[in-house]
Design a protein around this ligand. Structure first.
Ligand code: FAD
Length: 444
């Protein structure tokens, strides 16, 4: 075993989620020494390909319909490792943080930093030429049924994208989709240090104060990074485990994941929304805590999605990708779940969660039938938990400054969510990172 390396910094960031990348950037721009430690890789190697995506997914060592991490109860949790975190493979759907919501948590997000986040992460509405015929067909059906289906905002520079590209979840090889990696690259240009393929194994806590982190790289090399400020940006699961290891008992005792269920139907001979841009349209039903959007994953990913249910029911449909129409419902769930000491995750759905899921799936069915799908062809996938979080919630585990009960130890990722957002959270995390950087830089 090699000798331990010691590094001194002004801030150490555990985990390379988009929040951590932005904090590293802000600190390095201010001339401070930032060190970001990420267990995945740094860079864009093979992004845009199936291999590039698969190599970044956190997999569980068992064959199942979804080869990704899952809860004990079987719900898949697609997690992505690498500097930039989940944004490397996310769909790029953008939802602005709601100031009222954060104000209730004691966080007054200035409009200026929301605008800055919107600008930097390339938020724009899906242009008409990027909305495929199948997606428009779903929109017509939804509007006829009275659902205000409309183009959604995306973290995409549409000048660099091409209509019909459905590869957001393979990672973008055109540089059209914004990812947190861009913030990290700017941070590096301004002097930040990234320890990639390096896992944070623990936080250095003495006398109620955090003084940095210890980490180990893939070759067994050990690091001790000492800094007066430490921020966990390791995601809902990673951050909970680090806080728990540091003695914060409340961390990981709650868990929400925005359960998402896809519904597919098949058209008779006509083309559905295969090979169309991801999540171009949809609508947020605030009264019922659900979000709808049209989407059909790229073919291989779709086959994995439907392997369980659809394949058992009618195996022949697995070859009908071209005629499939797909949409999903995402539900704001209650926090009934936890991260166990061994890292396993348990998640049970409450009556309210089930009610919301049933409601969403029934609307999906109506839209698909209205759009012309054979009612007998309709199937629902198992639920996935795309936004694991609320494991160090504001107000319970964190103060409104995002600081924990341990002095100088902060969090900035989906773990901080006070309730399940029920909508894509990446932009909220970025804006919170701007908010937190402001506080920390003002005080340092
Ligand atoms: C397939 C998919 C589609 C999505 N689509 C959207 C979308 O359209 N819009 C949207 O807003 N959001 C979407 N999301 C969610 C979005 O990616 C996340 O909400 C966003 O990345 C913020 O997550 P986070 O900061 O909590 O953590 P993450 O992004 O998960 O980052 C955590 C990072 O910490 C690292 N890490 C964990 N533990 C350690 C450790 N001990 N040591 C070192 N490193 C560690 C991980 O490897 C990871 O890179 C999607 C996610 C997925 C997986």
């Amino acid at each position: 075993m090699g000798r331990k390396k010691y590094i001194e910094a002004d801030i150490v960031i555990a985990g390379g989620g988009p929040g951590g990348c932005e904090i590293a950037r802000r600190f390095s721009l201010a001339g401070k020494r930032a060190v970001l430690i990420e267990k995945g890789g740094y860079g864009t190697r093979m992004l845009g390909t199936l291999i590039g995506a698969a190599s970044r997914l956190e997999v569980r060592p068992k064959i199942s319909s979804m080869p990704v991490l899952s809860t004990i109860e079987g719900a898949a949790i697609p997690l992505c490792s690498g500097v930039g975190g989940g944004t490397l493979l996310y769909c790029g759907s953008a939802f602005l943080p709601e100031r009222e919501f954060w104000l209730q948590q004691g966080i007054d997000l200035p409009r200026s930093i929301i605008d800055e986040g919107v600008r930097e992460t390339r938020v724009s509405e899906t242009p008409d030429e990027f909305i495929g015929a199948g997606s428009k067909r779903l929109q017509r059906a939804a509007l006829e049924l009275g659902f205000p289906w409309e183009p959604l905002k995306r973290h995409i520079d549409f000048n660099r994208c091409v209509p019909g590209c459905d590869r957001c979840t393979y990672g973008c090889s055109r540089g059209a989709k914004w990812t947190g990696l861009e913030y990290a690259e700017e941070a590096v240009r301004h002097g930040a240090r990234i320890l990639d393929r390096c896992r944070v194994e623990g936080l250095l806590v003495e006398g109620g104060r955090c003084g940095g982190a210890v980490a180990r790289d893939m070759f067994g090399g050990r690091y001790e990074v000492r800094a007066p400020l430490t921020v966990c940006s390791a995601g809902g699961i990673g951050t909970a485990l680090l806080l728990r290891g540091a003695g914060i008992e409340g961390a990981g005792t709650t868990f929400a994941g925005d359960p998402t269920g896809f519904t597919f139907g098949f058209l008779a001979g006509e083309r559905g929304n295969s090979h169309e841009h991801n999540m171009p349209m949809g609508y947020k039903d605030r009264d019922n805590g659900v979000l709808f959007s049209s989407m059909l994953a790229p073919q291989v990913a779709w086959i994995f999605q439907v392997l369980g249910g659809l394949f058992r029911r009618s195996p022949g449909r697995i070859f009908s990708y071209r005629t499939a129409l797909g949409l999903f419902v995402k539900v704001s769930d209650q926090d009934r779940g936890s991260i166990l000491k061994n890292g396993a995750i348990t998640k049970t759905f409450t009556d309210r969660d089930r009610e919301r899921i049933r409601y969403g799936q029934s609307i999906n069915e109506k839209i698909l039938i209205r759009a012309g799908c054979d009612p007998d062809s309709i199937c629902h996938t198992e639920l996935t938990l795309g936004h694991p979080g609320q494991t160090a919630p504001l107000g319970r585990v964190l103060k409104s400054t995002l600081e924990t009960e341990i002095q100088s130890l902060y969090c900035c990722d989906t773990s901080v969510m006070p309730e399940a957002p029920g909508m894509p959270p990446a932009l909220s995390v970025v804006v919170l990172a701007k908010y937190l950087s402001g506080i920390l830089l003002d005080n340092s």
